[in-house]
Write a protein that binds this ligand. Sequence first.
Ligand SMILES: NC(=O)C1=CN([C@@H]2O[C@H](COP(=O)(O)OP(=O)(O)OC[C@H]3O[C@@H](n4cnc5c(N)ncnc54)[C@H](OP(=O)(O)O)[C@@H]3O)[C@@H](O)[C@H]2O)C=CC1
Ligand SMILES: Nc1nc(O)c(N)c(N[C@@H]2O[C@H](COP(=O)(O)O)[C@@H](O)[C@H]2O)n1
Length: 220
Amino acid sequence: MKPYVISNVGMTLDGKLATIANDSRISGEEDLKRVHQIRKEVDGIMVGIGTVLKDDPRLTVHKIPAKKEDNPVRIVVDSKLRVPLNARVLNKDAKTIIATTEEINEEKEEKIKKLTEMGVEVIKVGKGKVDLRKLMEELYKRGIKKILLEGGGTLNWGMFKENLVDEVRVFIAPKIFGGKDAPTYVDGEGFKTVDECVKLELKNFYRMDDGIVLEFKVKK
Ligand SMILES: NC(=O)C1=CN([C@@H]2O[C@H](COP(=O)(O)OP(=O)(O)OC[C@H]3O[C@@H](n4cnc5c(N)ncnc54)[C@H](OP(=O)(O)O)[C@@H]3O)[C@@H](O)[C@H]2O)C=CC1
Ligand SMILES: Nc1nc(O)c(N)c(N[C@@H]2O[C@H](COP(=O)(O)O)[C@@H](O)[C@H]2O)n1
């Protein structure tokens, strides 16, 4: 069994999640409230270590009225345990799970000890990269039945490639960032043929701030 996964991003018309200089101010205030309403409704919120290192996000519900208990469990996918011990995602505002690989050296062992002392749970799944399929099973076992996947592009690819995403919600801003090295909604290696690609069914769309929200179900 695996959690139901909603992928949400704010992106530009050219599919960028941030500029080449990592300026990711894409959503307006109303759209951020929409995202925080989803955060409030899910059991877990998941990002890759790239997003933690670049944005130092809190990943709590802080744009709409909420209690501490409304914060979902924060999940960071981090094979090499690069998460800084002073990252905001490790603060006491919510529980945090770090997913890493089964390959443990002395340095990682020491970091796991420190993280555990801070109340952070470390889950070890996979070799080389975190095994996202096994991670989903582990999260489900811990009562995490619904997850908001908040990127970035590399983790989004990993999740789409493994067919682990059930629903897509995107805010498209009327902006073009350009830049071949700027992160896009889904990066990674990409599919070689249209036959292999992820197929979506459009369910809803509406205006939001100066842009548009599109909602899709992933065809299975
Ligand atoms: N506008 C928006 O809505 C959002 C924008 N962003 C932007 O996205 C950018 C960050 O994206 P990106 O750099 O791609 O980083 P990600 O957040 O996607 O993290 C990717 C990292 O996750 C780790 N990882 C471990 N296992 C896997 C796996 N199985 N599959 C995929 N990744 C895995 C890898 O690092 P390792 O090997 O070390 O484990 C990988 O490099 C930032 O600029 C941020 O601002 C991010 C979220 C939302
Ligand atoms: N939906 C959305 N729109 C944008 O314009 C964004 N820049 C993001 N960024 C994501 O939100 C994280 C920040 O969360 P906190 O406010 O610190 O809780 C950031 O790391 C991205 O994952 N999202």
